[in-house]
Unconditional design. Structure first.
Ligand code: DGT
Ligand code: MG
Ligand code: MG
Ligand code: MG
Ligand code: MG
Length: 278
C-alpha cells in the first residue's frame, strides 16, 4: 500500500453501511424488459422458460451468497432477503446492490442457452437495476413480500384477461384496455371463464403467485457447504433460521495497518462526524 500525499482522498468515500440489526431486501428488476422480452419473442403474458431462467439466476445468487435466506420473484424482478444478523460486505449498500445485480445478470446470461433453447439466441444484453431497502421488523418484512405477491396477482389477472381478449377474442388492444378499465379481479376471472373457458385458478401457480427460493435442511448436509439447498430453514414472520455466514474481513495476510501505524505514529484524530469504521 503506497503511503502518498494523495491518500487523503480516501476520506471522500463515505460509509453507506445499512442500519444494523434490520432486515435487508435487495430487489433487482430487469431494465426495459418490455423491449427485451419483445426482442426475444417471450410468450405473452408469461413465458415459462424465461421465468425458469430468472429462477435459475436466483438460485445461482443464493448459492454464491449463503447469507440470503429467501428469494421471491416474478416477471422481471427478484427480491432477496438478508437477516438482521448479516455482516455480508459489512452491510455496505453499494457493494450489496452492485455485486448482487451483476451476479444475477451474469447468471441470467450464462443460463440463457440452456433455458431458452437454440431457437432463441440472446440478441441484446439483459440489464438489471438493483436497490437495497432495510425493514425493521418481521411483520414489515412479511408485508413487503405480501406486497410483491399481491402485485403478481393483480398484474397476472389483468394480463391474462387482456391477452385472452386480444389473442383469442381478436379484440383490438385499445378496446381490450377499455373493456378492463375499472374492473375488479372477480370480473376478470368471470370474463376469462365465460368468454374463453379459462379457469384462472388452473393456471400454473408460478404465473399466479410468483416463485420462492428458500433453503431446506438436507439430511446429513454439510453445514459449511454453502449450496443453495445445503443450509437452513426460513420461518417468516419470526425470522431467519440458522444460516451460513460469509467469511468476513480483509484479504489474506491479516489485519491491514494504516501508513501511520506502520510508521509507529498515533492515528489521526477522527472528525467527530466521520462514520465509525469497522
Ligand atoms: P423498467 O423496469 O422501468 O426499466 O421497465 P420494464 O419495461 O422492465 O417494466 P417493468 O419492470 O415494470 O415490467 C416488466 C416488463 O417485462 C413488462 O413489460 C412485461 C415484461 N415481461 C416480464 N416477464 C414477461 C414474460 O414472461 N413474458 C412477456 N411477454 N413479457 C414479460
Ligand atoms: Mg419499473
Ligand atoms: Mg423492469
Ligand atoms: Mg418489473
Ligand atoms: Mg478491487
Amino acid at each position: 500500500m503506497a503511503c502518498s500525499k494523495y491518500e487523503y482522498v480516501k476520506h471522500f468515500e463515505l460509509s453507506d453501511a445499512l442500519l444494523p440489526s434490520a432486515w435487508i431486501v435487495v430487489r433487482l428488476d430487469g431494465r426495459s424488459f418490455h423491449a427485451f422480452t419483445s426482442t426475444h419473442g417471450f410468450t405473452k403474458p408469461n413465458d415459462a422458460l424465461g421465468l425458469h431462467l430468472m429462477n435459475a439466476a436466483a438460485v445461482a445468487l443464493m448459492t454464491a451468497f449463503p447469507d440470503v435466506v429467501l428469494g421471491f420473484g416474478a416477471s422481471d424482478e427478484f427480491s432477496f432477503l438478508l437477516p438482521p444478523s448479516t455482516t455480508l460486505f459489512r452491510r455496505r449498500a453499494a457493494k450489496l446492490v452492485s455485486v448482487f445485480t451483476s451476479t444475477f445478470t451474469a447468471a441470467y446470461v450464462m443460463g440463457w442457452g440452456a433455458h431458452m433453447g437454440a431457437g432463441r439466441p440472446l440478441r441484446a444484453a439483459p440489464v438489471f437495476d438493483g436497490r437495497a431497502v432495510v425493514y425493521p421488523t418481521p411483520a414489515v418484512v412479511r408485508d413487503y413480500f405480501a406486497w410483491r405477491q399481491a402485485d403478481v396477482h393483480v398484474n397476472n389477472t389483468y394480463n391474462a384477461a387482456f391477452w385472452a381478449l386480444v389473442e383469442r377474442g381478436g379484440v383490438p388492444r385499445p378496446a381490450a384496455e377499455r373493456a378492463l378499465a375499472g374492473t375488479d379481479v372477480a370480473a376478470k376471472n368471470e370474463l376469462l371463464w365465460s368468454r374463453f373457458g379459462i379457469n384462472y385458478n388452473a393456471m400454473p401457480a408460478m404465473f399466479r403467485k410468483g416463485s420462492v427460493v428458500s433453503r431446506v435442511p438436507v439430511a446429513g448436509g454439510d453445514e459449511g457447504g454453502g449450496g443453495a439447498a445445503a443450509t437452513a430453514n426460513l420461518r417468516l414472520p419470526t425470522g431467519g433460521g440458522p444460516h451460513q455466514r460469509m467469511a468476513m474481513g480483509r484479504a489474506k495476510g491479516g489485519a491491514v495497518k494504516s501508513c501511520r501505524q506502520r510508521r509507529g505514529q498515533p492515528p489521526y484524530r477522527r472528525h467527530s462526524r466521520e462514520p465509525p469504521r469497522r
